[in-house]
Design a protein around this ligand. Structure first.
Ligand code: SF4
Length: 201
């Protein structure tokens, strides 16, 4: 996509500046009530040249403390899953539908998701991934279809505007209910196969 090493460097620098600016904006954001109760907003983490974007629901209590995405128990399980299907974190960008921790880990309200969605749109435009892995029903409903059901639609391959999207269980759901792990493992095998077949990486 980038025509010369010089252009590539300019684009990478611009992406970095844009993400830094977005981080600053989110730091001061009070567009929804979550901005009043959070400790630290969590924009995202990972490579700005990533071909794959992983989108979860929202920061957990650990992420609220650290300000870094996917550092809590669910993030640690996700690390193990990624390693088991041989996906390097260097090829990924991680973020969530909402950037601030919902108190008591509740599901973010639709109004909060809507308020935060522009930040995800901006991240999408900056990273321009070829594939999105959607963790849990909140992300899949918001990005694929409001009628999405994680129980019946996990592991299916969707495509929107040239971007491949595969929803699966959120690792936090796997920690709450281990019986979902075999189905999640099948999803991750589909994800790996799709990456290879479509030459995503
Ligand atoms: S959740 Fe999103 S919209 Fe709400 S305050 Fe945080 S950054 Fe702003």
């Amino acid at each position: 996509m980038h025509s010369s090493p010089f252009c590539y460097l300019i684009i990478v620098s611009m992406e970095k500046i844009a993400i830094e600016e977005l981080t600053r904006i989110v730091l001061n954001c009070r567009k929804c009530p979550l901005g009043e109760s959070r400790l630290h907003p969590v924009l995202g983490k990972g490579s700005l040249q990533a071909k794959i974007m992983i989108v979860g629901e929202g920061p957990g209590a650990t992420e609220d403390q650290t300000g870094v995405a996917f550092t809590g128990p669910a993030g640690k399980l996700l690390d193990k899953i990624l390693a088991s299907v041989n996906i390097s974190k260097d090829d990924l960008y991680f973020t969530n539908i909402v950037k601030c921790f919902p108190p008591e880990n509740r599901t973010p309200r639709l109004s909060e998701q809507e308020a935060c969605l522009d930040y995800l749109r901006m991240q999408f435009l900056l990273i321009h991934p070829k594939m999105m892995i959607l963790l849990g029903s909140v992300a899949a409903k918001k990005i694929i279809d409001p009628k999405f059901s994680v129980m019946s639609d996990h592991g299916k391959i969707f495509e929107k505007k040239g971007v491949i999207m595969i929803p699966t269980f959120h690792p936090a759901a796997l920690l709450r209910d281990e019986t979902k792990k075999p189905a999640a493992w099948e999803d991750w095998k589909i994800i790996r196969k799709t990456i290879d077949e479509k030459k995503i990486l």
